[in-house]
Design a protein around this ligand. Structure first.
Ligand code: PEP
Length: 262
């Protein structure tokens, strides 16, 4: 039903030469692993997209951007547009990563514009959602998630909901010592599915893929991927080296054959 996903964002790591090395090492580490039942993506920095696209050509690994602008072209110095990502061979674009919100002042009304542009260009937006530590402490996590997801999707017709990928990434668990507990993740993912059901209908709730991200490792990933409403793992640090990502990909592909919700 929901095809599982293993993905990684490299952030500001891995230039073009490293992208080639990473791709070669990942292919090697995944020799003999059946990834036909899952989607796999890597989000390199912009200047590594071309190299990564060439290095992963004819492989099951798709590439994507880590951000994009809401306009197609024009006087936006330093920015990259959706058509440019498509031209660079991207299938995905990550939007609303917590570092974009925290350090670059991005907001969900802005994310909504980017989602609309990405969808119009044929990209799959990976929309990050997550509460801060203060919002968690105030018991507001589900309220925050609801506002974030509904704002992000507001420009899209109901029937296109499942064309996006949601990534629940509690902001306090990104780059942290530990991931959120499996119980906590299960509750937030279930809440997200309830929110989708209530506001975007049954099909959207059943079909939209929701990844978990935030200090995932090959060690905790096994338990996290078994959670009913978790459709994949989105990994930072533990996948910046190809061997680490290969372990995550294996965990997700093995879980894919077991999980009924998939
Ligand atoms: C992230 O930055 O989206 C992320 C999940 O990072 P890490 O796995 O390193 O916490």
């Amino acid at each position: 039903m929901r095809r599982p996903i293993a993905g990684t964002g490299w952030k500001m790591n891995n230039g073009a030469a490293d992208a080639y090395r990473y791709a070669a090492a990942l292919k090697q580490a995944l020799t003999g692993v059946d990834v036909s039942g899952i989607d796999v993506f890597v989000l390199p920095p912009f200047t590594s997209l071309h190299a990564a696209g060439a290095a992963f050509a004819n492989s099951p690994v798709a590439i994507g951007g880590q951000n994009m602008h809401w306009d197609d072209a024009g006087g936006w110095t330093g920015e990259i547009s959706a058509p440019m990502l498509v031209e660079a061979g991207c299938r995905y674009v990550e939007l609303a990563h917590s570092e974009r919100l925290q350090h670059f002042g991005e907001t969900y009304p802005l994310v909504r514009r980017k989602v609309d542009q990405a969808m119009a260009a044929g990209l799959v937006p990976i929309i990050c959602l997550g509460e801060t530590a203060a919002e968690k402490a105030a018991g507001r996590a589900d309220e925050v998630l609801s506002e974030q997801v509904l704002t992000s999707l507001a420009g899209q017709p109901i029937e296109r909901t499942a064309d996006v990928v949601l990534a629940y990434e509690p902001r306090w668990a990104i780059g942290a010592a530990d991931a959120a507990s499996p119980e906590y993740v299960a509750a937030r993912h279930a809440a997200l599915r309830r929110i989708l059901r209530e506001h975007r209908g049954e099909n959207a709730a059943l079909e939209t893929r929701i990844l978990y991200g935030g200090s995932v490792t090959p060690e905790n990933g096994k338990e996290l991927i078994e959670i009913e409403d978790v459709d994949g793992l989105f990994v930072g640090r533990a996948a910046w080296k190809a061997e680490g990502f290969a372990r995550i990909v294996k965990i997700v592909s093995e879980a894919a054959s077991r999980k009924k919700s998939f």
